[in-house]
Design a protein around this ligand. Structure first.
Ligand code: ADP
Length: 614
């Protein structure tokens, strides 16, 4: 039913229906006009013919009336004869003549002869006799198959006296039958032409509708995202031009679509590979897009998030609302995400997506990992505080000693040299600290160039140990445990010497029990081309939780005591920087109360000892 309705609605059927309707209307107008004119002409001709005959009969009756003026029977017979002649004609049914008293004188119809000489009823005949004027009417015979008759009553006037009336019943039905035949032919011709034009119309309409149907199908395909197919162009008329324009349009749309697609892909890949996290939401704040970086930063999975509230996911729902973002308040926030290993700090910046119309389309949150930056900032603050603190302590003590000297202690021979000695020591400490700081800053800024050279590490270590043996002869026992083969490595001799100085002096410094003992173990891993030096002492040791922290700047386990020992807390930090600049590693192992081992791992070179000519 629906299909039928749709096919009726179709352009092709509409065109055919229009053709048919036009033909019907055209034929109707032609038919009505044609049959009217034909009817008028045919009936006119028929009537003129009958009237001519009536005129002839009238003239003849007038003549007979004159001829048989005294012989009425003769007159009657002659008229009767005359009527027989006319009565034989196919178009005349009956001719009568009545005298002024409505007595029938003669009739052409045999069946009515019995009525001759009797008065006959005929109001129209009577009217004609009375008025002396002709009249006519169409009479529809009830008995004779609804046959139409044209009845004419015409008076016969002789010298202004009505001598009778002629009554003629003519068979006008034949005219109407003729008309009906013509009409039928006309209707058949109309039906035939309708049928032919309908078939022709279907074909003609098809030539118009086919390209249109093609374009409709193409438009449907385009709506489904298929822009590749093209409409066939059949002609160069308006429809052909439309099809061509349509093809151009679909090509343009295809190009535009491809452009949009590639722009979208580019944007997608930019968003996906951005080093910042991106979350985009709709205008209600529900998440519509989130990139991998944001998922990683927030420790979440994409499936958990679709359609969830952006502020809720960021845990900011109690702090800000979307209105705040629109108004430009609260657009930057610091989030702390608690992870298993470490806390991540994320700076979130919000912005609003506004359409040209001013309508708010959504919100964007850009997540930036600031953990490292925050750590550096905190370290910097701590470093500044540490430096200030380290400098303030000797300065305060120096200040108080100098004040005491100023107040008169300089005159005291016993106290003055003591005070001056302390002041000198503090100055030394400060310059050591400043020296260490400068070195650290040089290492940090990579300003200092490290001039490396290949050395026999065994020999290099020997020399350093010898130096310590000389300076700490009585105090400490230094035990070497080296392999027989020499290990070569490329190092900056002065810098690495500084590292070893620091580590060995720490090993001696933080060892209270006598006899002090420091052991050196040197090993090479030829497979990896690395060497490992272990420096082991039997001193105070370091609590387990603090072992790794001794390489931090200014970190000291027992602040008061190490300061007394003259340490700045920067020695191992500098050592670590130097070792790492050599592509090496330094770490510690310690048992509190039993002793500490410092490990230094460096790259080693494979060189044949014979080539070594130092
Ligand atoms: P300092 O100049 O204070 O010695 P370092 O950076 O060399 O600074 O050492 C940092 C801290 O590590 C020291 O203050 C000390 O507490 C600890 N430490 C270093 N080496 C040893 C060791 N061999 N035994 C025990 N503690 C040590």
């Amino acid at each position: 039913m629906k299909n039928l309705f749709r096919s009726i609605q179709s352009l092709q059927i509409k065109l055919v229906v229009i053709y048919v309707l036009l033909i019907i209307v055209g034929m109707q107008i032609i038919g009505v006009y044609f049959t009217n004119v034909l009817e008028r002409d045919l009936t006119g001709n028929f009537k003129t013919n009958i009237e001519t005959q009536i005129d002839l009969i009238e003239t003849r009756i007038e003549e007979l009336n004159e001829e048989y003026v005294d012989d009425r029977t003769g007159f009657q017979n002659e008229v009767q004869k005359l009527f027989y002649d006319y009565g034989n004609r196919s178009d005349i049914d009956e001719i009568r003549f009545v005298n002024p008293d409505s007595v029938l004188i003669a009739t052409s119809k045999l069946s009515n002869e019995s009525s001759v000489n009797s008065i006959i009823k005929g109001p129209k005949t009577k009217e004609s006799l009375d008025t002396g004027l002709s009249n006519d009417e169409i009479f529809v015979s009830v008995e004779d198959d609804s046959k139409r008759m044209w009845i004419v009553n015409s008076p016969v006037i002789v010298e202004d006296r009505v001598i009778g009336a002629i009554y003629v019943a003519s068979n006008i039905e034949s005219v109407y039958q003729q008309l009906e035949k013509i009409n039928n032919t006309f209707i058949i011709a109309t039906i035939l032409s309708l049928f032919i034009t309908s078939i022709l119309g279907i074909f003609v309409a098809r030539t118009i509708t086919k390209p249109i149907i093609n374009m409709r199908n193409q438009a449907l395909l385009m709506s489904e995202g298929n822009y590749t197919s093209r409409v066939q162009i059949y002609s160069d008329d308006e429809i052909g031009q439309l099809a061509e324009s349509f093809n151009i349009l679909s090509k343009r749309v295809q190009e535009a679509q491809a452009n949009t697609e590639s722009e979208k892909n580019r944007l997608d890949s930019v968003i996906t590979h951005m080093s910042d996290g991106i979350i985009a939401s709709d205008r209600r704040g529900r998440i519509r897009l989130i990139n991998d970086m944001a998922l990683g930063l927030l420790n979440l999975k994409a499936e958990e998030l679709q359609g969830k509230d952006m502020l809720e996911i960021l845990n900011l729902q109690n702090d800000i609302t979307t209105e705040d973002i629109v108004e430009g308040n609260e657009i930057s926030h610091l989030l702390v995400i608690n992870n298993k290993d470490d806390d991540t700090m994320i700076r979130v910046n919000f912005s609003t997506i506004v359409k040209d119309t001013g309508f708010i389309n959504g919100y964007i949150a850009v997540l930036h990992d600031v953990t490292e930056q925050e750590r550096i900032d905190a370290e910097r603050r701590e470093f500044v505080a540490n430096v200030s603190h380290e400098l303030r302590t000797p300065l305060t003590s120096m200040k108080s000693y100098i004040e005491a000297l100023q107040d008169g202690a300089w005159q005291d021979d016993e106290i003055a040299p003591k005070f001056l000695k302390v002041t000198h020591e503090e100055t030394e400490r400060m310059s050591r600290l400043v020296e260490d700081l400068l070195q650290l800053s040089r290492l940090d800024g990579e300003v200092e160039e490290i001039n490396k050279e290949i050395v026999n590490f065994n020999m290099f270590l020997d020399r350093i140990i010898e130096r310590f043996e000389m300076t700490h002869k009585e105090e400490v026992q230094l035990v070497k445990n080296f392999p027989d083969t020499a290990i070569f490595t490329e190092i900056a001799v002065d810098k690495m010497g500084q590292v070893l100085d620091n580590v060995i002096s720490n090993a001696i410094k933080y060892q209270q029990r006598e006899p002090k003992r420091v052991e050196f173990y040197l090993q090479q891993n030829s497979y990896y081309n690395r060497l490992t030096l272990r420096i082991k002492d039997y001193g105070l040791g370091i609590p387990n939780s603090k072992v790794d922290r001794i390489f931090e700047r200014f970190y000291r386990i027992d602040k008061a005591r190490t300061r007394k020992m003259g340490g700045t807390g920067l020695g191992l930090a500098i050592s670590k920087e130097i070792v790492e600049a050599h592509d090496g590693k330094i770490w510690a192992n310690s048992i509190e109360g039993e002793g500490t081992t410092i490990f230094i791992n460096l790259p080693s070179e494979v060189i044949n000892e014979d080539d070594w000519d130092v």
